[in-house]
Write a new protein. Sequence first.
Length: 228
Amino acid sequence: MLAIFDLDQTLIDSLEKFYIVFNQSLKFFNGKTIDWNTFYENYARDTLNKFIPKNVCKEDFWNYFLENYDNFGGRSKVIDGAIEALVKLRERGFKIIVVTGRKSLPKVVERELRQLGLMKYVDKLYTAYGDRGIGKDFSKKDLLKRILRDFHTRPDNCIFVSDYTPDIVVGKELGMYTIGVLTGLMPKNILLNAGANIVIESIKDITKILNQISTIIDMNDEDETSRR
């Protein structure tokens, strides 16, 4: 069984870093930077694209952003209850996988996770390093398919936890049990409409639904066995 987690705003709060890198990206493309309150409001609404200069390809902008996410500083912190949730999942037999759209070398992100005290609970980390397409629609589909291949497992033997709509959509399409979290400021109804099986306040609340998750995955295993 795999418990797959998005990183930013799901396991860690890196909104300050996002803000800094977004403004640095605007500067690079000769755009006008924005203040924190404007950023926060539009991040929550998923409307940051409107600040990208009109003559700049949005895919190019976001590829630059993702390639430089770890180059401009900014603080990150572990979201309350994250470590406890990972420990409980491992006790239930889940392998912990972290997947991020950052186009950074895995060792760069691993270093951050070690500094935050998270890496020792993670079985494998995947980044979007070398993935040109992710800047277009933020889809982690190829990364998730790679995880399934690497671990020789079925989608219905996985949970995928994320704060972001495109992740929920892709996880649902692949057949994973998708869990939305509200720590990325996305409204609950948006995550549910995207296909989340359940939406919780934050990762710490996973401990409250562990029995439910385990039961669903066990049922999937029984169905698969009966079809053989």
